[in-house]
Design a protein around this ligand. Sequence first.
Ligand code: GAL
Length: 432
Amino acid sequence: MKKNKNSSILSVAVFSVFSLLGGGCASQDSGVNTAEIIKYSDFNPAQVLLDNNGRHVNAHGAGFLYDNGKYYMFGEHKVGGTVGNRALVGVHCYSSDDLYNWKDEGIALPMSDDPDSEIIRGTVLERPKVIYNPKTKKYVMWMHLEFRKGKFAKSPKLEHILSESPDYRTARVGVAVADKVTGPYKFICSFRPQAGVYPVNDAEKLKAFRKELDAKNPNWRDCDLNKNCPSKEAVVRGQFFLRDFEGGQMARDMTLFVDDDGKAYYACASEENATLHIHELSDDFQGFTGRYVRVLRGDYHEAPAFFKKDGKYWLFTSHCTGWAPNPGRISVCDSMLGEWKELGNPCRGEGQKKSRTRPYSAKPDTTFLSQSTAVIPVQGKKDAFIYVGDRWISEDAIDGRYVFLPIEWENGTPIIKWYDKWDLSFFDSDKK
Ligand code: GAL
């Protein structure tokens, strides 16, 4: 039977954070006997979701992979307080047969204590996504990284991590690989994408704009969002892109997508988050082919999550307001590297009646207090897709919740509505 036992659940959660910080392993049993083991048979969006040990599922900004008959969820393991938004533990993995019940598979990619590691404890490591490469037989994880900065940047000590703030100028993407889906993943490297490479869709226009900028002002590169911020038109035409051309493009909120033909793509918020870049991945899924596009230029899309239905590609994104929720966005295209078009907010209806006390409402204009992170294609059901978003609690990161909602259709366009409770039989009805 399900009971709302949030207080005991969170004390177990806190206990498990400290055991993990002490170097323990996520699937150890300590503390479990104080929690309730629940067998779920439905989705309860934004309620505490417990794993097979009775601990809250700790995998934020998650990605999902279906592999050998099981679903896997990979996400940021967060700890309490605002420091919880820094990666102190690593990427947590869970598995599930039915999408309701999640088994703790441990930390797939642990943060490092090596002072020279690019994923030293305390780095910002967000939105990890995993795909499987059938040619190399490797599981490949991509993630967004913001490095640490300051005199303690190479210290794994919590007191030092607490004393600093991340270097948000990093904007890099990292890649890790594993032989087994649950890991351990080996961190390979991080980089700024496409240094010295023009995108396939805008190359000539960008070259012409660069000439124009050079002729107008030799210091045009001296700009960012806070200093000498270019006009909206200059952002759309690529001033931030050209600024970063030699060193590589900024890479923030990200996702991966594998198409039916086996080609994989990486998309990220780039150019100070103003423009989304979609890159075709190389055959091993660990790098790029060099074919990529700038899309939705100057419109500040974050939190990308793709899916495909009937030959059309769909993309959930958010606006750009940090941890605060905002109206979701849905965009469409006939091909991954085509010209994407935004169709507005896909959220409909009244929203959540009994939401937790937040300064925002759990209504369509806040994407029901969530920010997109993934779309799960449900196996064995035709045209069944689940929107997954994060309900961030930035001041106490560990308490962030997951919003799973069924994707419905309105005149051929995906929409989402709030349900306090729902199950997969939803997709057998005529609502979908
Ligand atoms: C959000 C982003 C999150 C995180 C946050 C930090 O916009 O989607 O992944 O980076 O900003 O403020």
